[in-house]
Structure formats: C-alpha cells, structure tokens
Design a protein. Structure first.
Length: 656
C-alpha cells in the first residue's frame, strides 16, 4: 500500500502554499498482470482452453471423483446420441420426399429412423438434466475447496507480508479467483457439451460434403477473435479497478463496524466517508463503462463479420444442391448439422472466452497459493523446546514503507525465569522488537536465536507453539469462553488448566458471571451470545496467553484496560508465571516495570539504556528517569469545598 496525492487540493493556511492530501492507492510493485493480459490472443486462448478444462476437472476430482466421472460419461453419451439423431434425420426425410404422394409404405419405412431420432432427443434431454444436476453439485464444493486452499496459503505467509505493499492486492485478486471458481467447471462442462455436439455434427456434415466443415469453421473465426478481445478488455478493467474496490471495502468497514460506529457519529463523519465512497465508486463506473463500450464495439464488428461469413456457407450449400453434389434429402440433414455445428462453435467460442477470463482469475488464485502472495514462509525444520535463552544480536529491521529502520543494531537477551521490560516513547520499536523475539518477524540483519539456534532455522509453526503473546489489539473471537482461552488447543488437564489460567489472569471472576460459564458464547452480535467489557476481554486475552505451553511470554500493554485492583493482581502474580517462562513486558506504565529483572530503554529503534530498575532510576540524566518523573509528576489537586455554597477555583495544574 502506498500513498499518492489526490488530484484535488485542500485549503492551506494563510501565507502557505496550497497542498494536497494524500489518498490511499494500492500498487503492486513489479506487477505484470496487465502486461500479461494485453498479450492475450486467440491463439493463446486455443492453447489455454485444454489446460483450463483439465484444471476444472482436477478441482472437481479433488472434491467428488464419482460426479466428475459421471459428468464426462454424460457428455460423451450425449455426443454419440446427437450423431445418431442427425444420421436418423436423413432416414426420416428421404422416404417422405421420394415422391409427391406419401404412401403408407413410405411412412412405415421412416418409422425406425423416426424412433431413433425421437429416442435420441429424449435421452439427450435427460442427459442434459443430469449434466446440470452434476454441475450444480460440484460447483459449490469446488468454490469451497478453492477458498480453503486460499485460506491455508494465507496462514503460511510471513507476518511481514501484511506490511508489504501489494500483498493485500494479491489477496484480493486471488479471492476474486475463488469467487469465479464455482463457474469454472460449469463453463468447462458447457464447452465439453458444445465440443461433443460439434464433433458429432461435424462428422455428419463431413459425410454430407467435406467442404462444408472448413467453411463453417472459417465462418466462426471472426466471432471467436472478438470474444477473446472482449474477455481481455473485461479482465484488464477488473485489474484496473482492484484498488478502488479495495478502498470501497475499507470504507464500508469504517462506516458500519461497531469499533468505529461511535466515532463516526460523534465526529459527524458519515457524509465525509460516504462522499469518499461515491468518489471511488464513480471511478470504478468510469473504467467499467469504457470497457463495456469497447467490448460492445468489438463484439458488433465480430458479429457483422461472422454473419457475412455464414452467408457464404449457405451460398455454398445452395450451390452444392444446385450442382447435384448432395441430394435434397441430405439438405435437411445438412441444414440441421450446420445449425448444430454453428451452435457448437458459438458455444466453444462464447464459453471459451468466459472460461479464459475465469482462468485468468484462477491464475491469480493459483499464484497466491504457490507463493502465499510472494511471502510464503521459508524457514528451517527444527522444532524447538521451550527456550532457556532468547538472544537478539545486532538486529536491524525496517518496514517496507518506512524511511528509517524500526530497529537499528539492537542486542539483548531474555532468560527463562526472568522478566525483561521494554520501555520507550511511541515509535521507539518496542512492539516490533517483541515480535522479532517471538519469531513473528525475521530481522533484516543480525540474528535472533533460541538456545543458540537462529529462528530462521526453526520451524515457524513449531516455534509459535512455544510463544504466548498478549498484543495491544487482542482478538475477541466469536467463540465460547473456553475456546477463547484454549484457542482450540486443549491440554490433557482440560478445564482444570483453563480455570487455572483464568485465575492467574483474574478472568475467573468473568467466567463466574457468565450464564453458562466456560460454555458461554462470547459474541453479542450473534444470536444468543454474550458481550464483555473491554477490561473483561483483556482478562480473557491474558488467560489465553497463560494457558499456552511454557516458552516465551510477551505482554504488550497487558493491563491497559484493567482497573487498579485487577492490574495489581496480574503483576503480583507475574513473577510466579515467569518461573518456567522467559517474559518480555512492553508497557508505558513505568510503575509496573519495577517488577522486571532488567529494563531495556529504546529510542528511535536503538537501545540507549539497560539495567535494573534501581540502576536506571539512579541515572538522573537518562531517558528512563525523565519518563518516570513525567509520569509521576502529579502535584496539583483540587481542594474540597468547605460547604455546598463555597466555590473554590481549581488548581490549573490538576488538569495536566
């Protein structure tokens, strides 16, 4: 994600130059999808369609093999029946036109062919119903399987991917592939059906006269070229509007989500946000309209050229009859075969263009799955034990869009049984450092080791099993209280371990107040759920961290929403929790860091002080002592009035 200046300027303060606000733009550096789309040709589509059909059948094969086999059998049998039906047409027509008067013998001689024709039509109708039912069965299963693979790939991307410009664009493009995946097999099935009809009709048409088939194939070419170009225009338009469609999704969330609903109202922001929504929507409409008109013009030209080419085919058929090269009886069969071949070609071209466009979206999906949006986790395979020592050595880390490192040549270590506090002003790198120690991020330079093993060599998921993190923005999962603590990973001790973790976090009082205890669904917006306050949720978040296996415990502002009594309970029990854990504490409340064994003070990504609380407090000119004094400088107070009629002016210092 990058920021690009808006074309409209805002009003600048008097005496200053007019400036422009920056606006969200989503750009994928090095993105070649539009370039690739521009390279789409009819020849490319002809090469690609068999691959896409195989892909659709492969996806179907993953979810329901029997249904795929049945679908292929239905298409094959339908083609055979169509050929028999067309051949039988000659047997029906020929006796009826042998003379000017139709006799009973002529009618009787036409009965077998008529029976074959009728039976073929009836059976093909039944097979069509079966084909539609099989496609309806497979389509939603394919879409669900595609989405599961996409979700699985997303969980296998490095956490740093979310900070990388373009990752979310690739996700959105892949998600669009999931949306159209349900159409993949249906479109492939239509092409298979059209192909079966085409082959059967072409066989009959060639039997009537060999020249008719190449003429008809040539007649279908203009429409095919037009369809491919129209599909290319539609796909490029979709790519061009990706950034604005993402922006609409973000604005929609900010307008209606509960977390921002109060601020939308108190800040009277609704008209402003809705105007941004309309502006982005208008850009999408302009791009879409341009693409639609271009596609319509191309389709019109293709239709006119195709119509002229078909006229040539019918003229050729008339000449063949006139010169006696085909019989009058065969004309009826040829007439039907020509119609079927034409319909089959139109189906292959039309559905082929749709399938080709669907395939381009599926390419985005497949690319994301293969690469996890270009950020697939690629680390070692060692599974670590609970670390005794977590050490950072000269690590540097910079976010992709930042102009300076978030951490610059930082070194420290955390040992099991001790609490190390990270202190510093906003933006000093505390949270980033805690994520690197947790192996959620990998450093750009330097190394983080667990008991001497570089985290790059450790299996990521096995490492995270030894990490417990309470982030500043903790998740409020719409799950039961039990699942919110276990995170779906119960231990052998079962609820005993859950309740022990809850007691350590002060969440036992929360659970006792729930109508169904641990079984209570914590989601007010869901039917039957129960909502918690911010402080209650923070206790649950702490309990889930305490429930995790022993390892590295990271607490990032763990008591920001707690009242003094609950906060005191957490920090008095933290030393006991640290007995079998290495604990990293990130907080701005400096009175809480006095329980730490060591304090590391960060400033603009660098370590500028470290030591025990007593040592840092003794450094009168150090940043820690300065922050400590600022936080504890609360000398002003409002004196209580002596009676209800006496008014005392408040001490202004009490306001600060």
């Amino acid at each position: 994600m990058t920021t690009i200046p808006k074309p409209t300027a805002t009003t600048a303060p008097t005496g200053e130059a007019e400036v422009s606000d920056e606006e969200l733009k989503f750009v994928i550096p090095g993105d070649r999808r539009i370039e690739a789309a521009n390279a789409i040709t009819t020849r490319a589509m002809a090469r690609r369609l068999p691959q896409l059909i195989r892909r659709s059948l492969a996806l179907g094969w993953q979810v329901d093999r029997a249904a795929v086999i049945a679908l292929l059998g239905v298409q094959l049998l339908s083609g055979v029946l169509e050929a028999f039906g067309l051949m039988a047409t000659t047997g029906v027509i020929k006796p009826l036109i042998a003379s000017q008067h139709i006799s009973g013998d002529q009618l009787r001689s036409a009965v077998p062919s008529l029976a074959v024709l009728s039976g073929a039509i009836g059976l093909r109708a039944l097979l069509g119903i079966a084909s539609t039912a099989l496609s309806a069965r497979l389509a939603p299963r394919i879409a669900r399987e595609a989405e599961l693979e996409l979700l699985d790939a997303a969980t296998k991307a490095e956490l740093a991917a979310y900070d990388n410009p373009g990752y979310n664009d690739r996700w959105d493009a892949a998600d669009r592939g999931v949306e159209v995946s349900r159409d993949l097999l249906t479109e492939a099935q239509y092409i298979l059906g059209a192909s079966a009809s085409l082959i059967a009709s072409a066989f009959v048409l060639t039997a009537v006269h060999p020249i008719l088939l190449p003429l008809l194939l040539l007649a279908a070419l203009p429409k095919g070229v037009a369809s491919v170009r129209a599909a290319r225009i539609s796909y490029i338009a979709s790519l061009a509007t990706t950034k604005d469609r993402r922006l609409l999704g973000m604005l929609r969330w900010y307008v209606v989500d509960k977390q921002t609903a109060d601020q939308v109202r108190s800040g009277t922001m609704a008209p402003f946000l809705l105007d941004k929504y309309r502006t982005a929507g208008a850009r999408i409409d302009r791009t879409t309209d341009q693409a639609t008109w271009r596609s319509a013009r191309i389709s019109l030209l293709g239709g006119v050229a195709g119509g002229l080419a078909h006229a040539v085919v019918w003229v050729a058929l008339a000449l063949l009859v006139f010169t006696g090269q085909i019989s009058v009886a065969a004309v009826g069969t040829a007439f039907l075969a020509l119609g079927r071949v034409s319909a089959g070609l139109d189906g292959i071209v039309g559905y082929g263009a749709q399938l080709f466009r669907t395939g381009m979206y599926l390419d985005d999906w497949a690319d994301f799955i293969d690469e996890a949006g270009g950020h697939r986790i690629d680390r070692g395979s060692q599974a670590p034990a609970a670390p005794t020592v977590v050490r950072a050595e000269n690590i540097t880390f910079q976010y992709p869009s930042a102009d300076r490192p978030a951490l610059d040549d930082v070194s420290l270590e955390v040992r099991r049984g001790e609490v190390v506090a990270l202190v510093g002003e906003n933006g000093s790198g505390k949270t980033t450092l805690s994520k690197i120690l947790s192996a959620l991020y990998l450093p750009d330079q330097g190394a983080v080791s667990w008991d001497g093993t570089d985290t790059r060599e450790l299996d990521a998921h096995a490492t995270w099993e030894r990490v417990a993190v309470v982030p500043q923005a903790y998740a409020c999962w719409p799950l039961s209280a039990r699942e919110n603590i276990t995170l779906g990973q119960a231990t052998e001790q079962g609820d005993a371990a859950v309740l022990a973790a809850a007691r350590a976090a002060g969440a036992d009082e929360v659970i006792d107040g729930l109508r169904s205890g641990l079984n209570t669904l914590l989601a007010k917006e869901w039917w039957g759920g129960q909502e918690l306050s911010g402080g209650q949720w923070q206790r649950i978040a702490l309990a889930r961290a305490f429930h995790r296996p022993a390892g590295l415990l990271v607490l990032d502002e763990p008591t920001a929403a707690l009242d003094p009594r609950a906060e005191h309970r957490i920090f008095t029990g933290l030393r006991q929790l640290a007995a079998d854990r290495a604990v990293v504490l990130v907080t701005h409340r400096l009175t809480n860091v006095t329980i730490a064994d060591r304090i590391v003070v960060l400033d603009k990504g660098r370590v500028i002080q470290h030591g025990t609380p007593e040592e840092l407090l003794a450094q009168q000119d150090g940043l820690f002592r300065e922050l400590w004094d600022l936080q504890n400088e609360r000398t002003g107070r409002v004196p209580a009035p002596t009676n209800s009629n006496e008014h005392v002016e408040p001490n202004q210092s009490a306001l600060f």
